[in-house]
Design a protein around this ligand. Sequence first.
Ligand code: URA
Length: 296
Amino acid sequence: MNQQFENTTIDYLQTLKDLGVQKVEVSAETMQTLKTRNQQVSRPVKAPAEAVSANADDASKIPVSRPAVGMPHAEMGLFEEKSLNLGSAEKAAELEKLAAEINANREYRAMFKYAKNMVFGVGTPDAQIMFIGEAPGADEDAQGEPFVGRAGQLLTKMIQAMGLQRANVYIGNILKYRPDMPPGSYGNRKPTLEEITISRPYICRQVRVIQPKVLVALGNTAVEGLFKTGHAAITQRRGRWTEFLGIPLMPTYHPAYLLRNQSNSEKRKVWEDLLQVMERVGLPISEKQRRYFLMK
Ligand code: URA
């Protein structure tokens, strides 16, 4: 087991822990590898207790998915999260419960002194496509809904260009409150690592309940937050499938980036990523859609 894989495994187990998973099943073969490694190195493999409490005899139960490309953390996909397999009403109820839980979390709320509203998420719990951004801005904070400001309006246009409405997808953020800005100041700021770390389990749980066919991570911070990676390098990673909690994930640019860089070539890149998403979920794609933003 190389160091990177070991780190990814520990990260993944931590994610499961964040999700409230108490035990994971580990194959006999993997247990043997872990034991051998423990004997080889003076420092034992530091895995959360859940991993070692697994039943080695149930080995064969862990499905192994195909390796994903594009991101070291794609190895997270090696372990497939057991789907909760909820029906529509159950998903809606679970999301409601989660929203209430976040709302009741005083410690979390206290981190965002100036936030007016919680911004939980919007769309259908049955969504095949779930978009994930970084954090609410001033407009989202005022309305309690993600992606309603200028960047959000562009996201809505992109969704419509895919032949869908906001109500057909699910839109959420890593943070559920707007990061504090000094009163009277203008604009939004990037969430801190602490804000992301404390918020992350919530977006993981939303994903796990909704179980979309595809996730779309919007921008560097969303990718960094989901994959707990220091620098996501979205320029290199966009357009390349990876996996998050066993679900195919397409990283792409944040719509705010497109507002700053209005060139057709940048818009086309995001559109190509979305065409891949459409193909993956089996949405029909017209010739006109295929040609959007192509230079003559
Ligand atoms: N940017 C985000 O990442 N999320 C929003 O909800 C709005 C802007």
